[in-house]
Design a protein around this ligand. Sequence first.
Ligand code: G6P
Length: 369
Amino acid sequence: DKVSKGDYEHYMLKEIFEQPSTIKNTLFSHLNTENSNIHFENLDELKEKLVKASRIIIVSCGTSWHAGIVGEYIIEELARIPVEVEYASEFRYRNPIITKDDIVMAISQSGETADTLAALRYSKAQGATTFCICNVFNSSMARECDFTAYTYAGAEIGVASTKAFTAQVAVVSLLAIQLGLERNEITQEKANSLVEEIKTLPSVVNHIFNIDDHIKSVAKNYTKTTSFLFLGRGINFPIALEGALKLKEISYIHAEGYPAAEMKHGPIAMIEESLPTVIIATNNEYYDKLVSNAQEVKARKGPIIAVVNEDDSEMIHTADFVFKVPRVSDMLQPIVSVIPLQLFSYHVAVLKGCNVDQPRNLAKSVTVE
Ligand code: G6P
């Protein structure tokens, strides 16, 4: 392997810990260092199309699909462009309605995933403008798309994606801010304050590593657990999906991510002492609702791990364990909330003796159907 693990036991751990620098590299590749203006190289020709797009359809797979859902929430909130997020594998075969005013945006670490590439090719043939957010220079998607915005996460070796995900979310956030500005949906002041806050994310993420030992000690309680529920709401909903996926991929523990309010439509029936629930409850408009979800879980003897902000006041009394993360604007919270979940799944998997870098049956890049 050309890329070394350095002092880390696994690539995945190294890649988790690299995130302050990979997020920084990604952000500063798209931010003018002098005035913090957002710029995407070579976007000029397409900018008009993007700004006037009637719809953005995001196609992707796996963890990149979760970045797509984060993108949906941020782009719709800041730029007010309707966004649809599709599994590339479904999209490509279901005769989707695509017009020339649509932007089809692929999100892919490798730029080679067969389904995502096929979805892009199909969209291009239908006359859509194609765009990709990709981590591999000159990959098939980057070559074939009308426009590529690169993430600068560096080579990701661990099969379970970590640093590529946060880099994808970083790019999508900058894009949403730029589109919001160009479409006059947000003020320059709002854009500036978000950009200033985004610039603090590398150090915010670094700060979260202080609770790594605590996360590891919590993980020790769950090596025999067979199933987990992950709940989140709003922009943290895709983080619940991603937390569950990380755990499944590397520890082989069944885990389901759910929008918290949907709990009452099914998962609540499963709650009991042996089914822990991970609730992402950072301080936002949904906080009180998540606290009541937690109380419903507790009333049924379900153990709770909660991801909360450092100034949390209520969840800490309901949850069995909390992972405290710094509070940032809601739109930027996913990059922060996902970090303890990456670490949690890593520690559970290592404690179980699983091969975290090369989990059974999974491939880093699925280039065949
Ligand atoms: C595989 C990998 C995942 C990844 C997904 C999409 O399933 O194991 O980590 O998220 O493919 O890959 P892409 O390269 O398109 O982001």
